[in-house]
Design a protein. Sequence first.
Length: 434
Amino acid sequence: MRNKIIIGLVALLIGIFVGFKLTEALGQQYIMNNLPIPKATLADKDAFIEPIKLENKVPTKELSYVNKKAKNIVLLIADGMSWSQLSAYRLLKGGPNARISMDKFPVSGIVLTHSEDALVTDSASSATAYSTGFKTKNRYLALDSEKNTLETLTERISQFGYVSSLIATSEVTHATPAAFASHVDLRWKTDEISSQMINSNVTTILGGGRHFFIPKEIGGKREDGKNLLDELKSSHVLLTNKKELVEFDNNFLGKVIGLFADEHLRNIEEPDNHEAEPTLSEMVSFALKRSESFVSNGCKGFFIMAEGSQVDWAGHVNNLDYLKSEMEDFDSAVEMVLEYAKINQDTLVIVTSDHETGGLLIEPVTPSEYTGNELKFSFNTGIGRGSHTGVPVPIYAYGPGSKNFTGTLDNTDVYRAMIEALDLSNKENSCVIN
Ligand SMILES: [Zn+2]
């Protein structure tokens, strides 16, 4: 009798416990599923506007001495890419366990991107930090904030026997390539930028932007009436399509400019033009081969800056498909250069960005449910017209001197770490015949 009472009591307790747990679980699910979701626009989101000081001097990162110097540097910049962009690309490509080319680098770090006069940088100021080692105002290219000329990396290393190439999927006059070969107080002064770029010591310039070399009167965009395409015939070989690029004699040691579109490459409104345009990989591969020819003919080494320019534009227009295809174009160029550097152990490869664009967020589809095989990707700056953000960007490095690209770097430190990686002990005449 007593046993039956005990068993009865235990059964009752278990029953109460299970019932309670079941009710609790169902109740929780009910509450979570019925949480009120505020109907708000991005402008109304939870936001905190705080004053931030921008007056301190940039602390200089202490770099390690590089004993085994790099002969060559390839700097790959995806404009507007931070961790969320490359994470989105990884996820869309093959899920969280997929690995993209940037994941294969042994060294990585963090780059702070603010400009001298702005907490959120533009591409001109950030590119100037990379090309000169100085912070400057937004919109300035290789000038300090007092408009003094800053020596660019390409100008500096040419005095030590290095040859340089600049590549972009935008117009070649766009901020990132322009900061490596022109000195202008407004990044939109494309007449000045293009003139300075063709008079620079950069031997290979590839990208779009034909319209910025011809005057308005004959269908271009130049205000100064000059026809630079005519002028550059005496100094450059002009390439206008992919076929010319692929079939070009790499032993030619003069200057080459490739302008493969009227404005940027892959303009969706001009599909015909698209057929004749090279990918970023094809342009980088061309620059590598040509640079090797220069080195076999007396140059000490080479520098190539190649930009995946439109990752930024995908962020500005809040377009995930566009982001994915631009990241793919960029990441395959990264893969190709990394493979090159594995064979050519004297080459330092650096992959980074200038700032984040769009405020890309990766979150669960419903806030209460993390499981499931879907993710929500959203751009969290302007709707349909996003802006740059102030978050840091990743940096990856492989090869001689790569150890200086770890930890937290200011964007100006990236320039310093590149210079430290090279042997700039003896001045030499430019190895390029003008
Ligand atoms: Zn940018």
